[in-house]
Design a binder for this molecule. Sequence first.
Ligand code: FNR
Length: 369
Amino acid sequence: MEVTNVKEYQAIAKEKLPKMVYDYYASGAEDQWTLEENQNAFARILFRPRILIDVSKIDMTTTILGFKISMPIMIAPTAMQKMAHPEGEYATARAASAAGTIMTLSSWATSSVEEVASTGPGIRFFQLYVYKDRNVVAQLVRRAERAGFKAIALTVDTPRLGRREADIKNRFTLPPFLTLKNFEGLDLGKMDEANDSGLASYVAGQIDRTLSWKDVKWLQTITSMPILVKGVITAEDTRLAIQAGAAGIIVSNHGARQLDYVPATIMALEEVVKAAQRRVPVFLDGGVRRGTDVFKALALGASGIFIGRPVVFSLAAEGEVGVKKVLQMLRDEFELTMALSGCTSLKQITRNHIVTEWDTPRARPAPRL
Ligand code: FNR
């Protein structure tokens, strides 16, 4: 049957993938309250569309950190994409490039920065996990820069891995025919089997729990790439990130895979946008499945959004074609939302185009005296 929206790919992926892989992609942490909330919260934001505006031409282009892209819809880093499809990150890179948008490559990709660069031109960011061994980090950042990556997305919400119970039950580990390609030469490309989640053990062994704001400054001494801090959900941390030299902020709860019972990212967005005071761009990921979600995020002040699971699910279903389709469907839906809201460019999307639960009630009938 024809796929007509992004969400439909999840069921197809579930049918196609081994249980261990599907569960790893789909799961959130613990009760998975935030996992549901990431999508549900979008449904509580409603539109205030404007009418009788000429919407015969719609411009969705935007500029992110100086790079012009075709739409404010980008690809979040998701680890180990070759578990979804043999082409893995190659397919994602090609699909992003064809759509004229940005792909973020995970540190834990099953293809290296050099391999992804070899797929052809494209604007790409590199997501960084900071290992205890800082030589490893410095080498990797240098390789990403040399391979033409344009920015670092520094993930800051993962000093330890969130408790993903399906991974524990399945004893999740990277299949033996795959490696974390960026770390292959460093003897860190394999994941041992463990009595619980193999990934959780890997993180406990390798990832630096001492990571702090001073390391954001340190990172700037080893690279000239701009740094996006990924995983901010409060005003306090927004201010600290800007002080520490961040070039942008990604409001993210890691797709609800880290701390459960944090708010949906769309609920945290406005607080971060206000604290950022337009000094740096603010982006959002988490639960974006419709063009209407993209519009809502932009109306609340985001400069763009990133998608995670829709990429791995469509990759599992149809490889590069699937990822292309996901990007195209979101693009078409977003364009339609703009047209039906009376907006012909991203600049025209305003806070007045939506109404949230936390807005003061408008136009309530005056009580009769
Ligand atoms: C992720 N995410 C993630 N983030 C990161 O910084 N580095 C990584 O390697 C990964 N890997 C990863 C794997 C899988 C399977 C998922 C689902 C997520 C988090 C990701 O970048 C993003 O924050 C969320 O996926 C966004 O939420 P949605 O779009 O999946 O709802």
